[in-house]
Design a protein around this ligand. Structure first.
Ligand code: FES
Length: 101
């Protein structure tokens, strides 16, 4: 019984500590732009360059991902929970310009 109570208290403490610590971090954390690295091997580098050239490296982190589920329409990215297919450099620039006016 003591172990259960101890685990409950530990979980509560971690939850409270996590809530304050992680919320503070997430306010300043960069958003993630996922690029499928499976169906298109080159767009990841393009996305990194676009983010860098637009001066958004403190706001957007480009990460290579596994399959995003739209394999027949590469390049595929995911940003803010939305999936974008047949991406081009121009489409990505427009998306980021709209996201960060
Ligand atoms: S392999 Fe790229 S979206 Fe499936």
């Amino acid at each position: 019984m003591r172990k259960v109570l101890l685990l409950f208290c530990l979980a509560a403490i971690l939850t409270l500590a996590g809530a304050s610590v992680f919320k503070a971090d997430s306010a300043s954390a960069a958003e993630t732009l996922l690029v499928c690295g499976v169906c298109d091997k080159t767009f990841y580098k393009t996305a990194e360059r676009v983010v860098r050239e637009m001066g958004l490296t403190d706001k957007v982190t480009v990460k290579k991902s596994s399959c995003l589920g739209a394999c027949s329409l590469p390049p595929v990215i995911e940003f803010r929970g939305e999936l974008y297919v047949s991406m081009t450099e121009e489409k990505l620039k427009a998306l980021l310009a709209k996201a960060y006016p």
